[in-house]
Design a binder for this molecule. Structure first.
Ligand code: C5P
Length: 298
């Protein structure tokens, strides 16, 4: 997460993530699921501009970025994770400072790309800075976990990590640069809660370890065969346009492909940037969802 203080504000680049591996380990008594997931940040990001304000409270606005043809809408009220994160930090720190936050939204919503979670993490980091709260990353991560399972990963600032528990237990991993992916957001998003409600925990859970060691030894072709997402099956049942994307990907000579998070976005591991751009161009020409190329761990 790139944080750039300017004279009157803090500008934060809030990256999207891909889940290269996601296993459902068990269903918990609190309604959540324990999981094991390999998350990597990618070169697609939202931009938050956060300025201090003399009057208490948070004023929030947003604008649509480069994927505006998806006609995304972002709520401006207290259901927005940015507004919720700001309110939670205000309450927990006891500050009476205010802020103006503008979100430039590029990451497709309801896609499993972590856009809302990353925006919330960026909000906590930026407000901690402009309000001079002096909170540690650990303190911010604890508050983040109360707002959403993926938010601590983004607050941690790690570019890649194995996430466990309900997502909030983070083990950073080093993944070499040079991973290029194509991402497609099919028509229609998915509700995270609904996808999880329809999943079945594994009888013998798989681990992300083999995938991590393939990536770490630069064997990206082998890594492609180990991409896995246990939420893909329930997501495919809930949104038939993911299947159309999946079968198009199967026609491309990719190292591997899978859904990210709880969907609906789908991604392919490519031999390089040129292939990622070519596949995105082909899929856009065929109007199979909305596709773009990214670099992992930017
Ligand atoms: O934590 P977050 O608010 O992102 O989760 C949204 C919903 O997804 C939860 O209410 C829960 O139903 C489901 N979920 C889950 N297990 C997880 C993460 C999310 O069941 N590890």
């Amino acid at each position: 997460m790139l944080v750039r203080p300017t004279r009157n504000a803090v500008v934060v680049h809030a990256p999207a993530k891909l889940n290269l591996f996601l296993e459902i380990v068990s269903r918990r008594s609190d309604g959540y699921h324990d999981l094991e997931s390999l998350m990597l940040t990618v070169s697609l990001y939202d931009t938050l501009t956060v300025a201090s304000d003399s009057s208490p409270g948070v004023q929030f606005s947003w604008s649509a970025g480069c994927h505006s043809d998806l006609q995304q809408t972002v709520p401006s009220d207290s259901t927005n994770l940015v507004v919720r994160a700001a309110s939670a930090l205000t309450a927990a720190s006891g500050t009476n400072a205010g802020a103006k936050i503008h979100l430039h939204k590029r990451i497709p919503t309801q896609s499993g790309l972590g856009g809302g979670s990353s925006d919330a993490a960026a909000t906590l980091i930026a407000l901690n800075h402009i309000w001079n709260l002096g909170w540690s990353r650990t303190q911010l991560c604890e508050l983040a976990a109360t707002l959403g399972s993926d938010i601590p990963f983004f607050v941690s600032g790690h570019r890649a990590a194995i996430c466990r528990g309900r997502g909030e237990l983070i083990e950073p991993v080093e993944i070499p640069a040079g991973l290029h992916c194509v991402i497609t957001r099919p028509d229609g998003g998915l509700s995270t809660a609904e996808v999880y409600r329809n999943c079945t925990p594994a009888k013998q859970p798989e681990s992300a370890k083999r995938l991590v060691s393939s990536l770490q030894s630069g064997k990206f072709r082998d890594a492609g065969k180990l991409l896995y997402n246990a939420l893909e099956a329930p997501a495919l049942r809930l949104n038939s346009s993911i299947e159309a994307v999946r079968s198009r990907y199967a026609h491309e000579s990719l190292y591997g492909h899978a859904m990210t998070g709880s969907g609906s976005a789908y991604f392919g591991l490519c031999a390089g940037r040129r292939q990622a751009l070519a596949v995105a161009t082909r899929l856009n020409a065929r109007r199979v969802g909305h596709s773009f190329a990214v670099q992992c761990r930017p």
